[in-house]
Design a protein around this ligand. Structure first.
Ligand SMILES: [Zn+2]
Ligand SMILES: [Zn+2]
Length: 152
């Protein structure tokens, strides 16, 4: 672990003592324990993203659109933190992450009968106003960024 990275965790802990940082296999924000989980070999962009969830006080979401909104807010916050702590956010990681969320959001909303875009009327339940079809989706999704192996 290089100096700059060790430094970033120390600075975050000092500035925001209310948010815990712990090592784990994956990147994750846990609202119940107020803890950001990151792998030992972590990417600072993702650390700041998860920290962004924490500072925005994000809890569980109801509708898929809320999750995607949370994702965007967490990245916005991550950019603020990056500026403050002089760290570089990798823009391509942000773009990839948001694209995958928008793809997920769009896919689950497509009517299985007429292929128009339906509306999520309650968590995981959709309705199409073109053909009146209703359907459920069961794919749960969290902010849980896939583990990326980093080269030193
Ligand atoms: Zn339809
Ligand atoms: Zn997230």
């Amino acid at each position: 672990m290089n100096m700059q990275k060790t430094d970033l965790i120390a600075k975050l802990k000092k500035t925001y003592p209310e948010i815990n940082i712990e090592f784990s296999d994956d990147y994750k924000w846990s609202p119940s324990s107020n803890t950001v989980f990151i792998p030992k070999k972590y990417e600072p962009s993702y650390l700041l993203h998860e920290f962004g969830h924490g500072l925005c006080n994000h809890k569980d979401y109801d509708l898929a659109i809320d999750l995607v909104r949370h994702e965007q807010e967490a990245w916005d916050k991550a950019y603020e933190l990056a500026k403050k702590f002089k760290v570089k956010i990798k823009d391509d990681l942000v773009a990839d992450s948001m694209t995958s969320y928008y793809t997920w959001l769009h896919k689950r909303a497509i009517c299985p009968k007429c292929h128009e875009e339906g509306l999520e009327i309650e968590k995981n339940s959709y309705k199409c106003f073109f053909c009146n079809c209703s359907w459920k989706v069961n794919e749960a999704r969290q902010c849980n960024i896939k583990r990326t192996i980093l080269k030193d």
